[in-house]
Design a protein around this ligand. Structure first.
Ligand code: F6P
Length: 546
């Protein structure tokens, strides 16, 4: 069953939400809290090691009911069934979307075109297990017989962001291998990344689903040249492995087919860290931790699949996001983890969210008449408080924000953790309540600031508050909780795409720039610039004359 084509703005629920918004747009959350002492008790979800409080949103029970009605009217349930069943819901590419199969138990049966894919999934998992154990233990060595000390992942987009984010996030669980990531086709980035590496003890993992990506192939070639300055062509087989669907291209590049870790068309690049694309994760933290990451994701899959919509984390978070995006006109959402380990979560989810839902054509092929994909951004707290929080607190834009914090630190430094978490709680409280004029004036009185000075400064010091936040309080950052967290956001993206009636799993919008870059590269090489607008011609000519 394909996804249905339902324009959300034509549903009864959307119309009701539009009317409801007229009343809600001036609602102050402070009043909602004042009117109901049990608000937080009602508007939170406890699931495994997660406590997600969504009470600090500009919603009432009626808002939530109407949003759930919207999900029903766009047939979210039917879409979910099709997603998990391996239907070709990525219709413009004719593919199933089955990253959920990568973390399903071995006993599961997941069919694509009538064939159960689970035996293949587990064959590759076992290959990852065997290979990573040999590298980590030193049983497999480099061309001079020394154990590997360093791993370099060469890939871009989904073949870089996921593994890079997870390796950073799970640094606490890391073994002796140092893992680096080369992504940008910027030669300076490549050379800086190779600094200090010993070719005798470095393993290169070339990751490209298509094995046609310019950046990855150029970087892999440059790295191979660098390697061959010290080693021979024969040694390449010991030091280069690949992850790809395109075995032919990998072989043409010179990588031994035995060193190829396959993946499949039904895994989208930005959802692929659970596949062999996560090889550098398994190398960095060991296979058992990689498997725990997958287990955590699978548990979230089961929650998303089975929990009632009113208790369903991805559903609730997606609906709240639609509420702000489509009714309040919010353009972006911030994501603030209160742990430095999750430094790369926002860049990772930028691809997940914006490549998936940055679409303006509906499933009927016509332009949509409403807003789709949100802009995602963020940095860890408390650094972000000292950078861009000013705008969230007192700027003109509404920026719904997710706060992600942990009950326990990993290194046990309670004093630091209490300080970190007091900031975490304080920010969501400040965003909710703000600081009214009366409080500002009372503070001035107390400080002895009076008269014109106090009068003049008061409006600058007032915080209006009423800024929505979701608070994730998670027991501890482990491979398992990280897996669940990432899967939660993946399903949120899915639900939003269903509501917006778009195809979330293609990415045609990245192709035009690639095509033009190829033809401009040809012109740079030939020195003859033609058929561009005058600005581009002018700029490329200026570059050629440098
Ligand atoms: O340019 C976008 C994209 O196609 C992403 O979707 C993908 O993650 C990335 O390029 C890398 O692609 P590949 O793994 O095929 O090299």
């Amino acid at each position: 069953m394909a996804l249905q084509n339902i324009n959300p703005t034509g549903t009864e629920a959307w119309k009701a939400l539009r009317n409801h918004f007229e009343q809600m747009q001036h609602t102050q959350m402070q009043d909602l809290f004042a009117a109901d002492a049990n608000r937080a008790e009602k508007l939170h979800i406890k699931w495994q090691d997660f406590l997600v409080d969504y009470s600090k949103n500009i919603v009432t029970e009626e808002t939530l009911l109407l949003l759930q009605n919207l999900a029903k009217e766009v047939d979210l349930q039917g879409a979910k069934d099709a997603y998990f069943a391996g239907e070709a819901i990525n219709r413009t590419e004719g593919r199933a979307v089955l990253h959920t199969a990568l973390r399903a138990p071995e006993s599961a049966v997941v069919t694509v075109d009538g064939e159960n894919v689970m035996p293949e999934v587990y064959a590759v998992k076992n290959k990852i297990k065997g290979f990573t154990e040999e590298i980590i233990s030193g049983a497999k060595t480099g061309y001079t017989g020394k154990p590997f000390t360093d791993v370099v992942n060469i890939g871009i987009g989904g073949s870089d962001l996921g593994p890079d984010m997870v390796v950073q996030a799970l640094k606490f669980y890391k073994n002796q291998l140092n893992v680096r990531f080369i992504s940008n086709v910027d030669g300076d980035h490549v050379m800086e990344s190779l600094k200090g590496l010993n070719p005798e003890t470095t393993l290169f993992v070339v990751v490209s689903k298509t094995f046609t990506t310019q950046e990855t192939l150029s970087n892999a070639e440059t790295v191979r040249e660098w390697f061959l300055k010290s080693a021979t062509q024969q040694d390449v087989a010991k030091h280069f492995v690949a992850v790809s669907t395109n075995i032919q291209k990998v072989t043409e590049f010179g990588i031994d087919p035995a060193n190829v870790f396959p993946m499949w068309d039904w895994v989208g690049g930005r959802f692929s860290l659970w596949s062999a694309v996560g090889l550098s994760i398994a190398l960095a933290v060991g296979f058992d931790n990689f498997d725990a990451l997958l287990k955590g994701a699978n548990e979230m899959d089961e929650h998303f699949r089975a929990a009632q919509p009113e208790q369903n984390l991805p559903v609730i978070l997606a609906l709240l996001s639609v509420w702000y995006n489509n009714f309040f006109g919010a353009e972006s959402e911030a994501l603030i983890p209160y742990t430095q380990y999750l430094q790369k979560l926002a860049p990772y989810l930028q691809q997940g969210t914006m490549e998936s839902n940055g679409k303006s054509v509906g499933r009927d092929g016509n332009p949509v008449n409403y807003q789709t994909g949100t802009i995602i951004w963020g940095e860890p707290g408390t650094n972000s408080q000292h950078a861009f929080f000013q705008l969230i607190h007192q700027g003109t834009k509404l920026i719904p924000t997710d706060f992600i914090g942990f009950m326990e630190p990993l290194h046990g430094n309670k004093d630091h953790h209490d300080k970190l978490m007091s900031n975490f709680f304080a920010q969501t409280e400040a965003l909710l309540n703000g600081k009214p004029e009366g409080t500002v004036k009372a503070e001035f009185d107390k400080a002895g600031v009076t008269g014109e000075t106090a009068e003049y400064l008061t409006p600058f010091k007032v915080f209006r508050g009423n800024k929505p936040t979701n608070t994730f309080l998670i027991k501890k950052l482990t491979p398992q909780t990280l897996g669940s967290l990432v899967a939660l956001y993946e399903h949120k993206i899915f639900v939003q795409g269903v509501i917006w009636n778009i195809f979330s799993y293609d990415q045609w919008g990245v192709e035009l720039g690639k095509q033009l870059a190829n033809s401009i590269l040809g012109e740079i090489n030939s020195g003859e610039v033609k058929n561009h607008d005058s600005s581009t011609t002018f700029l490329v000519n200026a570059y050629l004359k440098k």
